[in-house]
Design a protein around this ligand. Sequence first.
Ligand code: F6P
Length: 544
Amino acid sequence: MIDGPRLPQTQAWQALKTHYEESRAKTLRQLFGEDPTRGERFCAEGADLFLDYSKNLITQKTLSLLFGLARECGLEARRDAMFRGDKINITENRAVLHTALRAPRQASIRVEGTDIVAEVHAVLGRMADFADRVRSGRWLGCTGKRIKHVINIGIGGSYLGPEMAYLALRPFSQRTLGFRFVSNVDGTDFSEATRDLDPAETLFIISSKTFTTLETMTNALTARQWLVEALGQKEAVAAHFVAVSTNEAKVREFGIDTANMFGFWDWVGGRYSMDSAIGLSTMLAVGPQNFEDMLAGFHAMDQHFLTAPLESNLPAIMGLLTVWYNNFFDVQTIGLMPYASYLKRFPAYMQQLQMESNGKHVDLEGRMVGYETGPIIWGEPGTDAQHSFYQLIHQGTKLIPCDLIGFCRPLSPLERHHDLLMANMFAQAEALAFGKTAEELNAEGSPASQTPFRVCQGNRPTNVILAESLTPRTLGALVALYEHNVFTQGVLWNIDSFDQWGVELGKVLAGKIIPQLCSTAPRLDHDSSTNGLIRRYRKYNDRP
Ligand code: F6P
């Protein structure tokens, strides 16, 4: 859209505005009443994921207009530019090529004359070799003990993906190896993760794209001290520390042998990096073959996004529906409820992916956008969520579209549990869409005095994503689905979904405040609130 009309001036946007006014009063009950087969038609399938989007506040006309908008905004051209390696992250002048991380070995993608697919597979090969050595016990700690615990130290994209994937793929993991994740600079994170571990059996993966992040470097230094003090030798670092980074110089400076470093590239954004070497902990947990299967799932969804017409393209459809709610219904938040305990951290992972990508207020030309961009993403697994916040979704005053994610086959032998779990997911989608009317309550003999309280208006939209089973391949496809969904939204909003300048200011101010927490600090020169908070902190720590 760089040289095109601004979003609200596009023809399709204007048409959508009119269409919204004309159709907004239609309820899901009416829509299903008028078109009883919409549940069979408003579905799409790709990379072994099935999407039922029929319980959305849309008609065929809405969809046609949204696809028209996508085309007017150049979605297909921008998508092709991303896959080609054009520098679409314009504020950082970088290509955006996480799709190359899962390209098959025989593919070729050139960035500044280099075939990056060959580089990707070279790193994958080294990761696999290392993972095999650790998993089989051939990689030993400095005292000759086998590694039993792996601690990933990293934050943001260098933590959320690895933790989410480890938990998601636990049934595929080697149970003799324990995995922990230290992200927060809060010392309790490190202390709790290490309090019952034998350093001689512990391997640290220091994961940081930049190798300069305050939290990660602080935790890494503490880990090094913890290990060296316990094992009494500086040389222990070589057998107990590996690094994942793009910054070889900083890794060397920290004292990690670069032979034990696994690299990636500036064209991989932090929140798009769980399938790069940042996924080393995932590979250690599930093994190289399962990791490869996960990459195959990512790739299958990439191919779907790249080749399927918009009309049957899962990420495009989901992205367009988000724009529809976000910009026409003034929806502020979207719920994400996986009906799978193994996907416990999927919403947290998705928060960074979506909110760091699309939380932007200027367009690609640096102009204030003048329309809403990225929604707030939140969620918890069902059925737990049903017993906490679903009430507000059912009967509150806010419209909250939700994505419900479920799997047909259970991963535990407790099949009955799985039937109950999935029955709940299907029931929630139904209840949210169709609710319960006063007439239905009366017919059931509900006391009239309770009717207003018990009526559920319904008309709450959901997407249901259904897959056969939660496997490495499915997880890859699912993450790629959301990556491209986020991309679709960003293209329509004409924003840079791949930078994150907003997080810098806080980092700079923290850097200034750190020395001011000591009593010897220079005069405080913040606002009266910040000065007061710092003084109170110093007082309780006896630093007058
Ligand atoms: O603070 C935000 C951020 O830059 C994220 O985008 C990134 O995933 C995270 O910090 C961690 O960065 P790094 O991997 O360089 O330590």
